[in-house]
Design a protein around this ligand. Structure first.
Ligand SMILES: [Fe+2]
Ligand SMILES: [Fe+2]
Length: 396
């Protein structure tokens, strides 16, 4: 049986641009069913009769711009992947599009970048079987922050004298804010040839004015009434996230001089349990059941999540941040931090640092007893030739 082709719709008001895309992506015809819509109204008409998997839209179009079009698409076809393909000069418009847009590509765009972006977001979509979870991931525009830090960033943004450094420092302490600012900064609009994995770097790249607009006008950060959840403690998750981040950075610095690995280890430590925020805020009552089950059965949170929600915080976190275009090394750490041995390669990466940091913070120690359950993954560390390092890491 022939594999099902992915359906991609490209929207632009200029026929020449559509022609160019058609030519450039001809080699994908075996894998993709491509539709080229001349303008937003034409696109909406086509979508009414034929559902698509991905929309790639221009920003500046008469009548309805790309942001409005993607907002419509989000409302009516919530699980479609939404991509903006636009010129770098339209920063102001990007601010408007930040909500409904999953990924940004800049014109002119390398065909390989378009292919990779579309393929990776489709793989992701297909790997989530549950339509409710898929909708939650696709729908998520912001993640809730710790209320105190949320207030802190709002005050800093309203204060004209706030420096980039002080803003970066606030953001780097909060997983939700870091994830969102990395989403924006990793967009191709900012012309990066390498990825951005720290909040400080992201803020420096965006600048104070853009940051202020993103926070105060585009509302990229949010908070949540955590009182609704009795067992879920945002403070506990928050503390675990920053402790794991700093442990992961220290462990990475012991093992490598590669600054990327060290920075990515910090970000991965900070973000590794972000899927718990997504699950707890979207499914509050089930997540309370997860925590009760984990406690009464004395099992790991991810095991209880599997039983109650049929997914895990690792899968949800990695999928969401993949859709947001975060670097692969961070996604790998998110997806595999409880089972690093299943990753399929044997080298020290941010995943290694996060696995150790997470265990160290949760258990308070790293046991060197191979038979002891619930500590570090021994066979994995053995495959990396790192078991001798456990004593050293315990002292970070
Ligand atoms: Fe975890
Ligand atoms: Fe954790």
């Amino acid at each position: 049986m022939a594999p099902i082709k992915r359906k991609i719709i490209f929207v632009d008001d200029e026929p020449n641009v559509l022609q160019g895309l058609r030519r450039m992506l001809r080699s994908m015809r075996a894998k993709w069913d491509m539709t080229f819509a001349e303008g937003p109204q034409a696109a909406l008409e086509i979508l009414k009769s034929m559902p698509h998997d991905v929309i790639v839209s221009d920003m500046r179009m008469p009548g309805m711009d790309g942001a409005q079009l993607l907002r419509e698409v989000k409302t009516h076809y919530p699980t479609m992947v939404r991509i903006i393909l636009s010129g770098q000069s339209e920063q102001e418009k990007i601010l408007r599009a930040i909500g409904p847009t999953h990924r940004y590509l800049s014109k002119p765009c390398d065909p390989d970048v378009i292919k990779l972006t579309i393929e990776s977001s489709c793989n992701l979509r297909e790997s989530i079987q549950d339509p409710i979870l898929l909708k939650v991931i696709s729908d998520t525009e912001t993640l809730p922050s710790l209320p105190g830090i949320y207030q802190e960033i709002m005050s800093a943004m309203e204060d004209e004298t706030s420096s980039l450094k002080s803003i970066g420092t606030i953001l780097s302490r909060d997983m939700a804010m870091t994830a969102k600012v990395l989403h924006v900064a990793n967009s191709a609009f900012y012309g990066q040839h390498h990825h951005v994995s720290s909040a400080e770097q992201a803020v420096a790249l965006l600048g104070v004015d853009t940051m202020r607009a993103l926070v105060l006008q585009a509302h990229i950060f949010s908070t949540f009434d955590w009182e609704k959840l009795q067992k879920f403690s945002i403070e506990k998750i928050w503390n675990h996230s920053i402790t794991s981040a700093s442990f992961a950075r220290m462990i990475a610095a012991e093992e490598t001089t590669d600054q990327w690995v060290i920075e990515d280890s910090f970000a991965s430590g900070l973000l590794h349990d972000i899927g718990k925020l997504v699950l707890a805020t979207n499914f509050p009552s089930q997540y309370e059941e997860v925590l009760t089950l984990a406690q009464t059965e004395n099992i790991e949170d991810w095991e209880a999540e599997k039983t109650i929600l049929n997914t895990t915080h690792m899968a949800i976190g990695a999928h969401l941040l993949d859709l947001w275009g975060l670097p692969d090394s961070i996604l790998e750490a998110l997806a595999f931090h409880h089972h690093p041995g299943t990753v399929g390669h044997h080298s020290f990466t941010p995943l290694t640092a996060v696995h150790i940091a997470d265990t160290l913070d949760k258990k308070g120690e790293l046991s060197t007893d191979k038979s002891k359950e619930g500590t570090v993954d021994f066979p994995y560390l053995e495959s990396l030739g790192l078991t001798e390092r456990i004593h050293q890491w315990s002292a970070v």
